[in-house]
Design a protein around this ligand. Structure first.
Ligand SMILES: Cc1cc2nc3c(=O)[nH]c(=O)nc-3n(C[C@H](O)[C@H](O)[C@H](O)COP(=O)(O)OP(=O)(O)OC[C@H]3O[C@@H](n4cnc5c(N)ncnc54)[C@H](O)[C@@H]3O)c2cc1C
Length: 441
């Protein structure tokens, strides 16, 4: 295969700054072995799912994970921190039938439990993981149709939900911005960098984890090997590529990903006096009444987090200029919701990539007999990509199951149109969605 041309970078500060695991040290690069049974490329939630489940299935196998940047500074550590169980309006349009959505609900619930059990069993309950559910909040009456649609699916799935309005909604969120919300209890809110680094810090002994160690090339053959950017060659019986939007850089899954940049911001921590505004309010989070709306969280450590803004990630990175341009929209979203706390500055602002495909479908494939890959193609990626990594480990191990069959069946990402139609079309679509989101931003 060809050398990778674009490597991951990180711009802006995010959840990692608030993680107690920020200074955890993984394996030293001097410990890299010449040969492994399984090599995982990429330490996002996908790589975490794949490496851990491989170790469960093969407790004596030699397994290595290679991550280009710092674990937690990647998109898996820079999202909004919702591990969503229920069908989500920013992605599940891709699973075209109700039965598919129901299956995803079952699998999301399974993977949330799996992750939660690992956290308990490995004694890392100090990570920022809160099983507090999520709200779908609408600021405009016309957005209620999204709530109605979700309710009809939840009813068919026999899942409990709650409608929250008026004073009750204010008491739970500290804002009067929203008219109505749908609450479901299965979503977990996390500091995604903290949980990811925490999970990698307690990998089984047969898994070596190397961060800031980019992979430059995969050479398929007998034996298959990877070449690190340092020039070191490492043999692997199997290579699992979980590099998110960078997978095509390895010549795999080409022309299916159209990653979208989005931006997040955290206020500084509120003072005791400012916290009087949030009296009785517990940590909470909401997705918006429009897919292009603002995601909001009130964090454990007393900050408001907002995420919004979309642009097409043509060069697989963001820039400080783009982040600066994103700030007014983030500020407006915050100030509209908390006018009484307008004076509170943002402490951290960042940009990251949401790895989309045209039809929101995931990629799960065997490129060569010894090289496999998986990535999600939508906004609710933490649960989905963890699932894909988990079942990729089973596929590589020659196992079969109805769940693996399902994921392979829905793995039909649509091929991208050629340039310049792709960039023009993607920018126009994103601008259209943002225009329509109106007060939900
Ligand atoms: C602002 C924002 C908010 C979001 N909010 C949510 C949310 O609330 N809930 C949700 O479910 N999803 C959310 N997402 C999406 C979610 O973050 C992603 O779907 C998820 O992180 C994908 O995980 P992954 O492991 O597939 O990919 P990634 O997290 O991209 O991991 C791939 C890894 O591979 C590494 N890599 C790539 N190339 C190489 C190489 N050459 N050598 C070594 N390593 C390499 C990368 O550095 C990276 O760490 C959000 C995304 C963004 C940007």
């Amino acid at each position: 295969m060809k050398n990778v041309k674009l490597y991951p970078t990180t711009t802006g500060q995010s959840w990692l700054e608030m993680s107690a695991y920020k200074h955890h040290t993984f394996n030293d690069l001097s410990e890299i072995k010449d040969e492994y049974d399984y090599i995982v490329v990429g330490a996002g939630y996908g790589g975490q799912g794949a490496a851990r489940h491989l170790a469960e299935l093969h407790p004596t196998a030699k397994i290595a994970v290679f991550e280009a940047i710092m674990i937690g500074n990647n998109d898996s550590g820079k999202n909004a921190g919702f591990i969503i169980d229920v069908p989500h309006d920013f992605g599940d349009q891709g699973s075209s039938t109700f039965e598919d959505n129901q299956k995803y609900f079952e699998l999301n619930t399974f993977i949330i439990k799996w992750l939660g059990d690992v956290i308990k069993e490995k004694g890392i309950e100090d990570v920022d993981w809160d099983h507090c559910g999520k709200y779908l909040c609408c600021a405009e009456t016309k957005s209620f149709k999204l709530i109605d649609h979700e309710i009809s699916e939840l009813k068919k799935m026999n899942t409990d939900y709650e409608i929250v309005e008026g004073e009750d909604l204010f008491k739970r969120t500290g804002t009067r911005y929203y008219k109505k919300a749908l609450y479901t209890s299965g979503t977990v809110l996390i500091n995604p960098a903290d949980v990811l680094r925490g999970l990698f810090s307690v990998m089984p002994d047969n898994v070596d984890v190397f961060e800031e160690c980019p992979v430059m090339r995969i050479d398929e053959g007998s034996p298959t090997s990877i070449v690190l950017r340092s020039g070191k060659r490492v043999k692997g019986k199997f290579v699992l590529v979980t590099g998110g939007p960078f997978i095509p850089q390895f010549g795999i899954g080409k022309k299916v990903f159209c990653p979208v940049l989005s931006y997040g911001a955290f206020t500084r921590q509120f003072t005791d006096e400012e916290m009087r505004h949030f009296e009785g309010v517990k940590p909470w989070g909401c997705t918006a009444g429009h897919p292009a709306g603002t995601t909001v969280r009130f964090t454990r450590d007393h900050r408001i987090y907002v995420r919004n803004g979309f642009s097409f990630a043509t060069s697989l990175t963001t820039s400080h200029q783009r982040i600066r341009r994103a700030i007014p929209k983030l500020r407006k979203a915050y100030e509209n919701r908390y006018p009484e706390l307008k004076h509170v500055n943002f402490e951290y602002v960042y940009g990251g990539m949401i790895n989309m495909t045209m039809n929101y479908r995931p990629l799960m494939m065997q490129q060569y007999p010894t090289v496999f890959a998986s990535a999600c193609g939508e906004g609710a990626g933490v649960a989905k990509t963890s699932l894909l990594g988990y079942y990729l480990a089973e596929w590589v191990s020659g196992m079969g199951s109805a769940n693996l069959d399902f994921l392979r069946r829905v793995s039909t990402p649509k091929r991208l149109p050629p340039e310049p139609f792709l960039t023009v079309g993607a920018e126009a679509r994103l601008a259209y969605e943002e225009f329509n989101a109106k007060k939900e931003i």
